[in-house]
Design a protein around this ligand. Structure first.
Ligand code: TYM
Length: 332
């Protein structure tokens, strides 16, 4: 049986970018892939690479768990768990730090972006983040890792580390493949369409949260930055704003970008945005309803307990094998 692994950091609420680039893909794959076991987790250890407020972190962990289910993941079919509850992630993370080089970590664009111009107070774990991400994936011998474009470089490094470890200590890890959505692997900000849609943006109009009030959602789409032209055409270079909205529209419907260009050939931005506003709101409405039903129910804890137990079983066996390969501990 094959294995699929992916995770989301609980550093705030999830955006439409997370939904299109990740969650929606998980649900699609859950229904399409046979003979594949899913390990989907809440990456709380990754969250503390930057400061987090304790109560907010706790709330976000639960909130993401509920959103996974509200978006359509079926706990009967997949293993859903909290990363820090399976101790082997941190253990293998350290072993991956001992497999990787500082130069490799420093070259990661996400590290450079997140560190910015800060010279003090940057946590060591922000630098070593990709080692932990490699551990998350390799611990389960994942064959397939669905992610958005921004995680591509981390996955490449994971592949290198798996190969390096296998060369050093003998065949141990499966070298994973990334799986990227055909459209929507990089949803852009609604106010600065050259940047990715990110929950850490200062302007809340830049992103749509999955739990945003639906009227607010519609207003955000209506006020999304576009160009002064009126043609609805996909042209990322010259028309990044409308291209981003076309990508969102196409990702949430069965219509291709070509279909949409044709449909709105004689139309204008106002009509197009109004239609899209309704589509986004209609996508989020049932998700929010389901979320409200499960966020405070004991069911959520039952699902996370079951997921943790199954993940721990696999992870324990894998760590045992890794220790043995390296010569750690007293394992014969
Ligand atoms: P995170 O929490 O930043 O994002 C979760 C997932 O959402 C995707 N994503 C997007 N996709 C399209 N457009 C966007 N604007 C957008 N923003 C985010 C991300 O690509 C990601 O797939 N390091 C990971 C979490 C992680 C992980 C893992 C993922 C930890 N360990 C192991 C896979 C496997 C992260 O920070 O994602």
């Amino acid at each position: 049986m094959k294995r699929l692994v992916s995770g989301i950091k609980p550093t705030g609420q999830l955006t439409l970018g997370n939904y299109i680039g990740a969650l929606k893909q998980f649900v699609k794959l859950q229904d399409e892939l046979e003979d594949t076991e899913f390990f989907i987790f809440i990456a709380d250890l990754h969250a503390i690479t930057t400061p987090q407020e304790k109560l907010a972190l706790k709330r976000n962990i639960k909130s993401i768990a509920a959103l996974y289910i509200a978006c359509g993941l079926d706990p009967e079919k997949i293993n859903l768990f909290v990363q820090s509850e399976v101790l082997e992630h941190a253990t293998l993370g350290y072993i991956m730090e001992s497999t990787s080089y500082i130069g490799e970590m420093e070259r990661m664009t996400q590290f450079k972006d997140k560190k910015g111009k800060q010279t003090e107070g940057v946590r060591t774990s922000l630098l070593t983040y990709p080692a932990l991400m490699a551990a998350d994936i390799l611990l389960y011998d994942a064959d397939i890792v669905p992610i958005g474009d921004d995680q591509k470089q981390h996955l490449e490094l994971t592949r290198h580390l798996a190969q390096r470890f296998n060369n050093l200590y003998g065949e141990t890890f499966v070298v994973p493949e990334g799986f990227f959505p055909k459209t929507g692997a990089r949803i852009k900000s609604l106010t600065e369409p050259l940047k990715k849609m990110d929950k850490s943006s200062e302007n809340p109009k830049a992103y749509i949260l999955l739990l945003d009030d639906l009227n607010q959602v519609k207003n955000k789409i209506r006020s999304a930055v576009t160009d002064s032209d009126t043609h609805i055409k996909f042209d990322v270079k010259n028309k990044p704003g409308i291209s981003n909205l076309l990508t969102i529209y196409s990702s949430l419907t069965d219509l291709s970008i070509k279909d949409l260009e044709k449909k709105y050939e004689d139309s204008n931005y106002k009509v197009f945005k109004e239609d899209l506003a309704n589509i986004v709101a209609a996508t989020l409405e049932p998700i929010q309803e389901k979320y409200d039903q499960i966020i405070s129910s004991p069911y959520l804890d039952e699902v996370l307990d079951k997921g943790r137990d199954r993940a721990s079983l696999i992870a324990r066996k894998k760590i045992y094998k890794v220790y043995k390969r390296i010569g750690l501990g007293r394992i014969k």
